[in-house]
Design a protein around this ligand. Structure first.
Ligand SMILES: NC(=O)c1ccc[n+]([C@@H]2O[C@H](COP(=O)([O-])OP(=O)(O)OC[C@H]3O[C@@H](n4cnc5c(N)ncnc54)[C@H](O)[C@@H]3O)[C@@H](O)[C@H]2O)c1
Length: 354
C-alpha cells in the first residue's frame, strides 16, 4: 500500500521546535521525516529524541528527504534567511510567528511565495485554544450583541530576543491577531511604551479603534511574571453580553448583560489536550493539513503575520511621534495623523522617546 502521509521536516528544534516535531510525529496523516538545526548538539539530540535523521544544513536535508512540507521554528530574529531559501526552493511552509521584524522583509517573503503560488502558513496557534474558539463562536452567533470594547493583556518576563521591540513584535503579535480575529479590522491606534527597566521597550499600552466603531486596548509586558494568575486575558464586551478568555487555554466565560448567571468552560479532569499551549498546534494542524491536501490556502496564511507586524510598526510610529496612526485595512501605508505625505520612520529607542 502506498504511504500517503505528508512528509514533514522541522527546521529549528531548540526550545519550541520540538513542539512542532512532537505534533507531526503523533499524527497518522503526517510523518516527521527529519529535523534540522544549525547547532550540532541540538540537531543530534532531537534526531535521537524523535528517531529521525538530523541535519545541520537545510539544502542537504531537502535533497535527501524531499519533504512535502517544512515547518520552521528557528530563532525568530534569524527566520527571514531560511524562510527565503525554502520559498526559493519551492517548499510549502509553516512558519512560526513573528513572520519577520521588519515590514520590508515580510513583504519580500510574501511576494516571493506568491510568485510561486506557495502554501505559506503561520502558526498563530492561540486562535485554536478552546476558550478562544468558544469566544469567537459566541461573538459570531451574536450572543454578546455588537462588540463595544475589547481588551487584551499579556504579561510575562524577559525574552532572550535582542530587539528593542521584542515584546511588541514577537509576543503582542498574538494580541493584534486575536483582537482582529474577534472584532474585525483595526483602523487606528495610539501607543505609549516604557524602557524603564532598560532592556528595550519591554512594557507598552496601545489604544485601538476598530472599523466597526468599537474600541480596544493592548497591554503587553516583559517586566511582569508568567507565574501570575491571569497573566493573559482577553475580554470582548458587547451591547448584550461579554466573553472572557483567561490564560488562553484555562477558562472561557460568557455572561449576559444584567444576568447574575455565568456560563464557564474549563478543562475536564482527563482533558489534557485542551489544557496546554503546547498542544494548540495539533488543532491548527488538523485544519492546515486538510487544506494542504485539498490544495487550498492555509487556514492562517502568512499574510496574518504581515498584518500583525504592520500594526506593531504603526504602534512604534505612534509612540515615536506622539500621534494617532491610521492603519490601512488593506495594509497600505501607515501614517501618523497630521504627518501624511511623510514616510513612516521606525527609529531607534532614543527617537521613539521624542
Ligand atoms: N506560537 C507560539 O506559541 C510560540 C511559542 C514560543 C516560541 N515561538 C516561536 O518559535 C520560534 C523558535 O523559538 P525558540 O524559543 O525555540 O527559539 P530558540 O532560539 O530557543 O531555538 C531556535 C533553534 O533554531 C536554531 N536555528 C537558528 N537559526 C537556524 C537556521 N538558520 N537553520 C537551522 N536552525 C537554526 C537554533 O540553533 C536553535 O536551536 C520563534 O519564532 C518563536 O517566536 C512560538
Amino acid at each position: 500500500m502506498t504511504d500517503t502521509r505528508i512528509r514533514v521536516a522541522v527546521v529549528g528544534v531548540g526550545g519550541w521546535g520540538p513542539v512542532h516535531a512532537r505534533a507531526f510525529s503523533n499524527r497518522s496523516d503526517a510523518e516527521l521525516c527529519a529535523v534540522v538545526d544549525c547547532d550540532p548538539g541540538t540537531a543530534d539530540a532531537r534526531g535521537r529524541e524523535f528517531r529521525v535523521p538530523c541535519y545541520l544544513d537545510i539544502d542537504e536535508m531537502l535533497r535527501t528527504e524531499r519533504p512535502d512540507l517544512v515547518s520552521l521554528a528557528v530563532t525568530n530574529t534569524r527566520q527571514v534567511e531560511p524562510t527565503l531559501a525554502l520559498i526559493r526552493a519551492g517548499v510549502p511552509l509553516l512558519v512560526e510567528k513573528p513572520l519577520a521584524f521588519a515590514l520590508a522583509d515580510a513583504d519580500m517573503l510574501l511576494a516571493e511565495a506568491a510568485e510561486r503560488r506557495l502554501f505559506f502558513a503561520i502558526n498563530f496557534n492561540y486562535r485554536y485554544a478552546r476558550p478562544v474558539r468558544l469566544a469567537y463562536e459566541a461573538i459570531q452567533q451574536g450572543r454578546i450583541g455588537e462588540p463595544i470594547f475589547a481588551a487584551w493583556r499579556f504579561e510575562g518576563s524577559k525574552s532572550p530576543t535582542d530587539h528593542p521591540h521584542a515584546n511588541l513584535i514577537e509576543t503582542q503579535c498574538h494580541g493584534f491577531d486575536m483582537l482582529e480575529h474577534c472584532c474585525g479590522p483595526i483602523e487606528s491606534l495610539m501607543a505609549e511604551m516604557t524602557d524603564v527597566t532598560q532592556g528595550g521597550f519591554t512594557t507598552l499600552v496601545v489604544s485601538l479603534k476598530f472599523a466597526s466603531g468599537a474600541v480596544g486596548c493592548i497591554i503587553g509586558s516583559y517586566d511582569s511574571s508568567y507565574e501570575y494568575a491571569n497573566t493573559q486575558v482577553l475580554e470582548v464586551n458587547g451591547t448584550t453580553g461579554r466573553v472572557i478568555v483567561e490564560d488562553t487555554v484555562r477558562r472561557f466565560t460568557f455572561q449576559e448583560k444584567g444576568s447574575e448567571m455565568r456560563q464557564v468552560w474549563e478543562t475536564g479532569y482527563f482533558n489534557d489536550s485542551d489544557r496546554t499551549i503546547r498542544k494548540l498546534i495539533d488543532v491548527h494542524l488538523d485544519e492546515l493539513l486538510a487544506a494542504f491536501r485539498a490544495g487550498r490556502e492555509p487556514p492562517v496564511h502568512a499574510r496574518a503575520g504581515r498584518r500583525a507586524l504592520a500594526l506593531a510598526e504603526a504602534a512604534i510610529a505612534s509612540c515615536r511621534t506622539g500621534r494617532r496612526v491610521l492603519v490601512d485595512r488593506a495594509d497600505g501605508p501607515i501614517m501618523p495623523v497630521g504627518l501624511q505625505g511623510r514616510p513612516p520612520s521606525h527609529g531607534t529607542i532614543v527617537e521613539a522617546r521624542l
